[in-house]
Design a protein around this ligand. Structure first.
Ligand SMILES: Cc1ncc(C[n+]2csc(CCOP(=O)(O)OP(=O)(O)O)c2C)c(N)n1
Length: 708
């Protein structure tokens, strides 16, 4: 973990009077930012003579934005402040402790830095151990908002539920451009922050352009502050981000408001974009010379100098500061260029947590010590009562809420109603509405919030009402999956996302019955479980809630709605490790591999063949138990894979490919798959039955493969 080279000397409290800004520091950070932009832009312009490894492929300047950010950074001093920023926010990061060398080395793709060459240099993060923390940024505009809402809600949780007074006065700060106010992430986070009155500060750096698109297409009239004037529970301010005095006053007012616990604030700061959108962007097609000149005249740097000299620094001090900065940047540039290229051998590390020991813990999730203290056993307890699937999940959630004070359960209708599948029924009454709660109707908000909470050290268990309704959360899910890898283990967000999917009791439809578990198995970084019975559900859900990796936990609708999957309760401490398939029944002549609700249909079909069928319940798709499947198929010589998801590129294709490669010489017949022929689940039971593999159909295919 890179140590910050500067540390924050002052700490802010809610009761602090009008802050005294450290204008010398502000000037230094703004000057460094400008000097970094100069160096990078010059290199990019003259790229013909520049060696490849001195080039910055994704160069974004903060030119015009830097003064307001440096002022803002001066007030972000609380140990538990969390900052969620975007690609034009390097000046703010400099004031939060980013070293100048890292600031240059990361865009150059050198070793160390934000990601050790894995991510573009403007997508930053800063796991300052003593805070403030800069959450891992995303490349997608708008994705920064909801994790910040999660961080802000986690502040209130640490303070009010866990009783940690040290969180008092901490805030979540999120920044975005004027284009970002059109994103769903912005509105989702605004809703979360205002409905819950969270300590969250939105800063919109309004340069009037989103690449080339004008602000009036992002929000009517181009002024998000004006449009939000009547938004409840929100302090709204707007001003000139090039005027240091005015910016400082507005920033101070908003920060004070949020730190005092008076709810969220939004500040729009008008700034010029004195640069192209990014290195390769030519502005010629969408900005006139007159517009460029007008923006150049709004340069905040001369205004900063006038504000600071002579009131806070002498002219000589300013000149000396400029010279210091020039030297510092030159030294840092030489050091950054001299850093070795990142190691290609290590590129596969940290897609998931490295649990081999000896590896530094990432920022986020439970600590190893907390996980160890929770304990657990993979030996199921004897004599447990028979429990239906939904009851088993509920009991597991309740138990974890009891033993892990950092666990939270939330989602749409999860609180008062107990979930539309009644899986969380009664949990809010028992554990209170801070730990089990309803959310606003935004899946992006549910998952993004979970990510922010996990980074803040909590164990969020989010419910998505139906698999299909995770679609709006796709961006957050994907970003969560890559988070550990792209920060080279600096950060992690181990969350659990529970989602019912698959056909119901004799009903289906394209909205409530999706079962495309393969999507998550295909995504980076996720664990995926699809249990077929309540005992496995208990063990896998507990494993997920204790895991350093994020997990998709499928709850099959037909198991929630019927008695299928009823099993003995395996105990309060039962943990079933991922990647351990179950041989449901042994047999000699064919291996049937399946998972989820299809297990029950396959059991019924297999019964017709006595000892000939070996039936494997895969239980988890990521990771999946290759060894178990291979061993079985090498023994039987035949394999049928049955699943409910589409046949084309379904998970069965992955299993087939593995078998074709690693068990080819032991096969006595072609590997077969039985799955819906790429038709969505239908409503009428006759249509649904025509699509889904059924007992007779499975039996017929087993017969055919045996005869092949
Ligand atoms: C979800 C998403 N869509 C599109 C893009 C491509 N893109 C990158 S920056 C940008 C414009 C953002 O403008 P704004 O939020 O105003 O920030 P500014 O660059 O002006 O500071 C776009 C469209 C992206 N990164 N993410």
């Amino acid at each position: 973990m890179a140590a910050p080279t500067t540390s924050k000397k002052r700490s802010a409290t809610a009761a602090e009077p009008e802050p005294r800004f450290r204008w010398r520091e502000i000037a230094r950070n703004a000057l460094i930012s400008r000097a970094l932009d100069d160096v990078e832009e010059a290199t990019n312009k003259n790229r013909a003579n520049v060696p490849r490894d001195h080039l910055i492929l994704y160069q974004f300047s903060a030119r015009g934005h830097e003064v307001a950010q440096a002022i803002l950074g001066d007030l972000i001093t609380h140990r538990h402040d969390g900052v969620s920023a975007y690609y034009r926010d390097r000046p703010l990061l400099l004031s939060l402790g980013l070293s100048v060398e890292d600031a240059l080395a990361s865009p150059l793709g050198r070793s160390g830095g934000f990601s050790d060459g894995r991510d573009i240099g403007v997508v930053c993060n800063l796991p300052n151990p003593d805070g403030p923390v800069v959450l891992p940024m995303g490349g997608d505009v708008g994705s920064q908002f909801t994790p910040c809402a999660g961080w802000a809600q986690a502040i209130t949780y640490h303070r009010d539920v866990l009783g940690k007074a040290a969180y008092d006065g901490a805030i979540g700060l999120v920044l975005g451009g004027d284009g970002s106010v059109a994103t769903s992430g912005f509105w989702s986070a605004l809703t979360i922050a205002t409905t819950l009155k969270l300590p969250m500060f939105f800063v919109i750096e309004d340069n009037g352009l989103g690449i080339s698109v004008r602000g009036d297409l992002q929000t009517p009239g181009s002024d998000i502050a004006a449009n939000l004037a009547s938004f409840a529970n929100l302090l709204v301010r707007s001003g000139d981000g090039t005027d240091p005095g005015a910016s400082a006053a507005l920033i101070a007012e908003c920060v004070r408001h949020v730190r005092a616990g008076d709810g969220p604030a939004l500040l729009r700061l008008a700034v010029p974009r004195m640069c192209s959108h990014s290195g390769p962007d030519s502005q010629k097609s969408y900005r006139t010379d007159a517009e460029l000149e007008a923006d150049a005249r709004r340069d905040p740097m001369p205004k900063l100098k006038r504000h600071v000299v002579p009131a806070f620094l002498s002219a000589a001090d300013w000149t000396a500061l400029e010279q210091d900065v020039e030297r510092e940047v030159a030294v840092a540039l030489a050091a950054a260029r001299a850093r070795p290229a990142p190691s290609a051998e290590a590129v596969g590390q940290f897609v998931r947590a490295d649990e081999s020991g000896g590896v530094a813990e990432a920022y986020g999730g439970l600590s190893q010590a907390e996980r160890a203290a929770l304990g657990g056993t993979d030996v199921p307890a004897e004599g447990g009562e028979n429990l239906r699937f939904a009851e088993a999940v509920k009991r597991t959630l309740a138990r974890e809420l009891e033993v892990n004070p950092k666990a939270l359960v939330f989602g749409e209708d999860v609180g008062r109603k107990g979930g539309v599948h009644l899986v969380t029924e009664g949990l809010q009454r028992k554990f209170g509405d801070k730990r089990v709660f309803d959310t606003s109707l935004s899946e992006e908000g549910i998952v993004g919030r979970a990510v922010g909470m996990a980074i803040a050290g909590l164990m969020p268990i989010a419910e998505i009402q139906f698999r299909k309704y995770a679609d709006p959360a796709t961006e957050q899910l994907n970003n969560c999956g890559t988070l550990r890898w792209r920060t080279k283990n600096r950060f992690a967000a181990p969350i659990v996302v529970r989602m019912p999917g698959g056909f119901g009791k004799d009903v289906g439809d394209p909205w409530h019955s999706l079962s495309d578990e393969v999507r998550f198995a295909h995504a980076y970084g996720w664990q995926v479980a699809m249990p077929s019975n309540s005992a496995d559900a208990v063990g896998l859900l507990r494993a997920a809630m204790r895991s350093p990796n994020p997990t998709i936990f499928f709850e099959h609708r037909s198991l929630l709605m019927t008695g299928d999957g009823t099993a003995h309760y395996p105990g309060d401490d039962y943990v079933l490790p991922f990647g351990r398939a179950r041989i449901v029944k042994s047999g000699d002549d064919i291996t049937v591999v399946t998972w989820g609700a299809m297990v029950h249909r396959c059991v019924a079909a297999a019964r017709r063949f006595g000892d000939r069928v070996e039936l494997i319940d895969l239980r988890t798709m990521a990771p999946w138990d290759k060894a178990c499947v291979l061993e079985s198929v090498r023994k039987t010589g035949r394999c049928l894979i049955v699943h409910e998801d589409n046949i084309t590129a379904g998970f069965g294709a992955e299993i087939s490919a593995t078998l074709a490669q690693d068990a080819f010489w032991q096969l006595d017949a072609p590997i077969e798959r039985l799955a819906p022929k790429d038709i969505p689940a239908a409503y009428h039971e006759d249509l649904l039955a025509a699509i889904m593999p059924n007992v007779d159909g499975i039996a017929a295919r087993i017969e055919a493969v045996l005869a092949a």
